[in-house]
Design a protein around this ligand. Structure first.
Ligand code: DOR
Length: 451
């Protein structure tokens, strides 16, 4: 990561509601961090203060481990007109994310150690959060020949995916899961049968008929989820299902897990909060793949999230240029710029009582850390790296894409009022993002913050 905007030797975050889902902690307390690590979590609020320690007043705020995003598109190398690692990671920090896994549909795609190293080196010099690259399943992302998983795993990828496209060929998927098992990493599949979705652009159903648009059925996703589960069963490979959108997919994953298969899954904020009706309301900014479905799907996805059948909420942050996104619906690029609205839209589910805040935060922290099999992030355990987000669960704000840090202004939420906003994001104990209210909340050490 690049030099942080604000370097801190130490910091006390005082009197916040500390939620550490992985350790079942939800209590008012103080967190003292120093040397980039969590030193002490004091739930009695009696932490003794070292001299000159800056203090952030977190009264009324939630303090929790930094969010881990298993699925985003940073677009670099190759599509720097849509996003760069510099802008994407700053947008991620604003959303409370301290670790992001970036998908390999770049140009060139991340299919060799050389491209992994390029991404890691740009992230090291220009990024402000941890960037974990995902390598391609197939060479050139062409869906024909397996990429060199041994080389990619040695270069540090966290899994393999041809995301943006499915692994359409079942025999390639079998080879991928078998080979991924040898390097103990998951295959992350964008589950979609191209022969079923064809040139569909929206959920198949009522809204598609009304708008005269071609539909993508749930079966397009569910049939590939079912196929992949069976291949995972025979190969013993780890399968991670990307951006689950259909109720039936959640059922298949539930059954696979109850049978003890190594299957994990994620769901996006937009598939949890928006329905196909958005397309009629806002047009191309609601075009996304898989498509937004219906309230019945949302209800099933939330249930699966509560149960832990869906391990993680992942943004699928997919920035696009206005040129690629605006215009006729059927020609518009798929994807939503999601980092900066994720927390606010998900907190909407908490405010309406649809989802518990502890579940929400677990699926943004300990859940994805579990998928990555990492015990060192997604936790506030003393000794762990100080990746922390402080957010105001109640504050209302209106989404204005022109104000995004992300270069991708493509959001269906423009003009919407959201409730819940990140106040401060720490990565390795340093401030990677701070909202303007931080200035008012620094009780001591304002000179160090320079907000
Ligand atoms: O809507 C999407 N956009 N879905 C994907 O799978 C890929 C992504 C992109 O890269 O824009």
């Amino acid at each position: 990561m690049s030099k942080p905007a604000v370097e801190l030797e130490h910091l006390l975050i005082r009197g916040g509601r500390v939620i550490d889902p992985g350790r079942d902690i939800d209590a008012k307390g103080d967190i003292y961090i120093a040397g980039g690590r969590v030193v002490r979590l004091d739930l009695r609020g009696t932490a003794a203060l070292p001299d000159n320690c800056p203090v952030l007043n977190a009264d009324g705020l939630v303090v929790c481990p930094g969010f881990i995003d298993l699925h985003c598109h940073l677009r670099q190398p190759g599509f720097e007109d849509a996003e760069t690692i510099a802008t994407g990671t700053r947008a991620a920090a604003r959303g409370g994310f301290t670790t992001v896994c970036c998908m390999p549909n770049t140009e060139p795609p991340i299919d060799t150690a050389g491209v992994v190293e390029l991404v890691r080196s740009i992230a090291g010099s220009e990024g402000v959060v941890r960037v974990l690259p995902v390598g391609c399943v197939s060479k050139h992302r062409a869906g024909k020949e397996l990429a060199d998983f041994g080389e990619l795993s040695l270069s540090g990828v966290i899994g393999f995916s041809d995301d943006g496209s499915p692994v359409a060929d079942a025999s390639l998927m079998k080879e991928a899961l078998r080979t991924a098992r040898e390097v103990d990493l998951p295959v992350i599949d964008h589950c979609e049968d191209p022969a079923l979705s064809m040139d569909g652009v929206i959920n198949e159903g009522e809204t598609a008929r009304r708008l005269g648009l071609k539909g993508i059925s749930r079966a397009s996703e569910e049939s590939v989820v079912a196929r992949d589960i069976e291949i995972a069963r025979t190969t013993g490979g780890r399968l991670h299902v990307a951006h689950v959108s259909a109720a039936g997919s959640a059922d298949l994953i539930r059954r696979a897990r109850s049978e003890g298969l190594a299957v994990t899954a994620e769901v996006t904020p937009h598939h949890l909060t928006l329905t196909e009706e958005e397309v009629g309301r806002v047009g191309p900014s609601a075009r996304v793949n898989p498509p937004l479905r219906t309230q019945d799907d949302i209800d099933a996805l939330i249930e699966a999230l509560e149960e832990g059948v869906l391990d993680a909420i992942a943004t699928d942050h997919a920035p696009h240029t206005a040129r690629d996104k605006d215009g006729e619906f059927s020609l518009a690029a798929s994807g939503i710029s999601g980092f900066e609205t994720a927390l606010g839209s998900l907190m909407g589910l908490v405010h309406t009582g649809s989802l518990g805040i502890k579940t929400l935060l677990a699926r943004l922290t300990s859940g994805p850390a579990g998928v990555l099999r990492r015990a060192d992030i997604g936790t506030l355990k003393p000794g762990s790296v100080a990746d922390i987000v402080v957010f105001d669960p109640r504050i209302e704000w209106v989404v204005d894409p022109a104000d995004f840090i992300s270069m991708g202004r493509n959001t269906p939420l423009a003009g919407r009022t959201l409730r819940g906003r990140v106040i401060c994001t720490l990565v390795g104990g340093h401030i990677a993002y701070k909202d303007y209210v931080v200035k008012m909340r620094m009780l001591k050490g304002l000179e160090n913050i320079n907000a």
